[in-house]
Design a protein around this ligand. Structure first.
Ligand code: SF4
Length: 412
């Protein structure tokens, strides 16, 4: 039993989320066959570096023996490291003992990621990626909030968002700001890639996401178009979730009536209107907090229990500008969990990873205190409301920065 009373695997997962892994040759070798991490391993000054390079590619995800999924975070100060090999099996070890350790398996690099579509385009860039057994489809990653200016002249993007910039990185999708439709070629490449991914591996959920549009009705139209394109190749009818922003009432009804989506997930990101306005200024200006909540509530009535979600950025409340202790921040998040569950909406808390300037132990201790207590109390709230995460939406095999599924299946 651990001090926090998280189930053992969830507790170990949190250890690894916070501690990360230090570099070994075995970790480097695993990068040759594992799904690649978006973030390279950056060696610390003075850290033993057998590569001679300042940064190297490392694997993205691994699973523990019981299937718990963990994201790889490079950290030259971590007590944890990887030993072993593909043939003999990899193990997580700490300290001087290299012969024992906990067996792990890296998520493999699928074949399709090295292949091309019929028109010679790399499938790895066709708008399909994997998180464990979830395929994430994103053919419109550019977010129009990045282009909108607020009163002080800054962009209206969500303050934590590093992935929605509509720049040259996403130009090949042919997405135009303010325009609903995407080019046919974009859909054809995505469809070919998704078919290949479904054919090759065990995919149990498909999550359709994209950047936001400033007109929420237009965004609904785009999701209808994208959802149809996905379903044309989803012949086994793997559950599909709509990860749009909140939608207006008539559009929500249309999306529901289309029968394209098994679940919806409108990301509120943060509880309380003052924080929402600061953290998500584009969502506040173009939709508004109260309309976002109303859309979630209406969706819960349409799709029913266990099929309506909202991703939350867990721990962003601890940024100094919000002036909260971790206990106050946690109380507020718990208030939000209770209110959302009472509406039939299941929030999903992804650990917020601060960038720059916060990289010191005291901050992480507070963040960890916040994340563990929130998850413990939130499990009771789910139980009280009779809500469980639907296995068609997500499971412990794809939740890499979230604990809900690990908590629900774990033994206390
Ligand atoms: S809505 Fe916010 S989180 Fe989503 S892509 Fe736009 S800026 Fe990023």
């Amino acid at each position: 039993m651990n001090d926090s009373h998280l189930p053992p695997s969830a507790h170990f997962k949190v250890d690894l989320m916070f501690d990360g892994l230090s570099y070994t040759n075995a970790l480097g070798a695993a990068a040759e066959h594992a799904f690649p991490n978006f973030y390279p391993y950056r060696f610390l000054p003075g850290e033993a570096n057998p590569t001679g390079l300042p940064k190297v590619t490392i694997p993205y995800l691994f699973t523990l023996e019981d299937g718990t999924l963990v994201r790889v975070k490079g950290n030259g100060q971590s007590p944890w490291r990887v030993e072993g090999s593909l043939d003999d099996g990899y193990r997580l070890v700490s300290g001087g003992d290299t012969s024992s350790g906990k067996p792990i398996q890296f998520e493999p690099l699928p074949r399709w990621m090295t292949q091309q579509t019929r028109d010679g385009f790399p499938m790895a860039q066709a708008g399909v990626s994997l998180h464990g057994d979830m395929a994430v489809v994103n053919v419109a990653p550019g977010c129009d909030y990045f282009l909108q200016k607020g009163d002080k002249g800054g962009s209206l993007r969500c303050v934590f968002c590093a992935y929605g910039a509509p720049n040259e990185r996403v130009q090949h999708y042919g997405q135009m700001p303010g325009k609903i439709s995407l080019p046919d070629i974009t859909y054809r490449r995505m469809q070919e890639t998704l078919e290949a991914a479904i054919g090759e591996g065990e995919i149990n959920h498909i999550y359709l996401v994209g950047g936001s549009m400033t007109d929420w009705r237009d965004e609904g139209e785009r999701y209808l178009e994208m959802g149809k394109a996905v379903q044309q190749v989803n012949s086994h009818r793997i559950p599909l979730s709509c990860g749009s922003g909140a939608l207006p009432p008539d559009m929500l009804q249309r999306v529901y009536d289309s029968g394209l989506f098994d679940n919806v997930c409108f990301n509120l990101e943060i509880w309380s209107e003052p924080l929402f306005a600061k953290v998500c200024p584009g969502k506040q200006k173009n939709v508004g907090y109260q309309r976002w909540l109303s859309a979630l509530s209406q969706a819960a009535k349409l799709w029913g229990k266990g099929h309506v979600y909202s991703a939350m950025v867990a721990g962003i409340e601890l940024e100094p500008e919000y002036h909260m202790t971790w206990e106050q921040a946690c109380d507020l998040a718990i208030e939000g969990a209770e209110a959302l569950c009472a509406m039939g909406v299941i929030p999903i808390y992804s650990l917020y990873w601060p960038t720059g300037g916060r990289d010191h132990p005291e901050y992480f201790n507070r963040l960890r205190g916040f994340f563990e207590r929130l998850n413990l109390v939130y499990r009771e709230i789910r139980q009280h409301h009779g809500l469980t995460v639907d296995p068609g939406f997500m499971c412990h095999r794809c939740a890499y920065m979230q604990l809900e599924c690990d908590m629900d299946r774990g033994e206390v």
